[in-house]
Design a protein. Structure first.
Length: 354
């Protein structure tokens, strides 16, 4: 009869787990040992390599975790930076420093500033960066809007101000050539198209015999304030022996201005103030100084001048008569010549003056 094997003592759960783990590790060690023996490795060496492999695995996992953490931190930094930039941009757009504060025009004389600003489409409180994005388009549009504009430049200035700087080649008036009226521009160039009658908006320039005269005149005339230019209806070039560059300006208000080419641009600026102080219509003389007098005084001066000419003529006739008498033979004295002289003198006193 076979004896029955003695039953194993009852193990606790923890002891049973430990036994199971030991058995599992033993089986794995046997498998590894067998594989290593087949590959020509000693068991001890395989154990060390396995230990190193486990260490490397842990290090690789740790390195991977560190890299993942670094990538996450960099991502959060990038996201935070972008968010901060967006916030700053939003604040900038909401503040006045991002917007146009003033729009001005410079360099224009004949073209109205309001018209230039309107064509530019620039307004106060628009975003300032529109200047950089649309600058070329704005300049082209403004120049195209008016043929009197030669160049247009949009400039950003301090304190978010914008200036539209223009140069003009505007129509200044009309010149007469061969009995026809031709439009003349600021640079002195005459437009080929002629008119039978001048346009009432511009003055007429008469008696300018050559291009150099009219160009010299227009270079100075264009500097006059718009208020003065608009009040001139006609300009005559009226040279004399004493004043070879004399100019006569006929004004819309009925006055006449006398000036010279060299100084008229400086002196004509004061015409509005001079005309306002005149009680009667008359002449403003700017040739040497600056004074005015009514037309009635000019008439009196003309009359005095005419009388002086008559007196000079009579005196000359008397001198000529005296010389003639000396050449003739002496005649007996009579009272008749004296009576004649008195009569003549009386007639001269009563003669009307022109």
């Amino acid at each position: 009869m076979f004896k029955k094997k003695k039953k194993d003592t009852q193990l606790t759960p923890w002891a049973a787990y430990q036994a199971k783990q030991a058995k599992s590790q033993k089986s794995w060690r046997d498998i590894i040992r067998i594989n290593q023996a087949g590959n020509g490795h000693t068991p001890q060496k395989n154990v060390n390599e396995n230990s190193n492999s486990n260490t490397n695995s842990v290090m690789n996992r740790l390195t991977a975790n560190i890299k993942e953490f670094e990538l996450g931190r960099i991502s959060w930094i990038v996201i935070g930076s972008i968010a901060l930039i967006l916030v700053l941009v939003g604040v900038f757009l909401l503040t006045p420093i991002s917007r146009i504060q003033k729009v001005t025009v410079s360099g224009n004389k004949r073209v109205d500033s309001t018209q230039i600003v309107k064509k530019s489409s620039l307004e106060k409180n628009q975003f300032i960066f529109n200047i950089g994005l649309k600058k070329a388009d704005i300049q082209k549009r403004v120049k195209k809007s008016n043929s009197d504009l030669k160049t247009v430049v949009v400039q950003k200035q301090k304190h978010n101000a914008v200036n539209i700087k223009v140069t003009e080649n505007a129509v200044m008036g009309f010149v007469i050539r061969n009995g026809k009226y031709y439009t003349i521009r600021q640079d002195g160039n005459v437009i080929a198209v002629h008119n039978t009658q001048p346009n009432g908006k511009f003055p007429v320039f008469r008696n300018f015999t050559n291009d150099s005269q009219i160009k010299d005149f227009l270079s100075k005339y264009s500097t006059l304030p718009n208020e003065v230019q608009d009040s001139i209806s006609e300009v005559d070039f009226a040279p004399t022996k004493i004043t070879p560059t004399k100019l006569k300006f006929y004004m819309d208000d009925g006055n006449q201005v006398l000036a010279v080419m060299r100084t008229f641009a400086t002196k004509m600026k004061y015409y509005p103030g001079i005309s306002a102080s005149m009680k009667k219509k008359g002449i403003v003389d700017l040739e040497v100084g600056a004074f005015s007098y009514p037309y009635s005084m000019e008439s009196e001066e003309n009359e005095l001048g005419a009388n002086n000419l008559i007196d000079k003529g009579n005196t000359k006739n008397q001198i000529d008569s005296g010389l003639a008498k000396k050449k003739t033979k002496a005649k007996p004295k009579t009272n008749e010549p004296k009576k004649t002289e008195k009569k003549t003198k009386k007639e001269n006193d009563l003669a009307p003056t022109n």
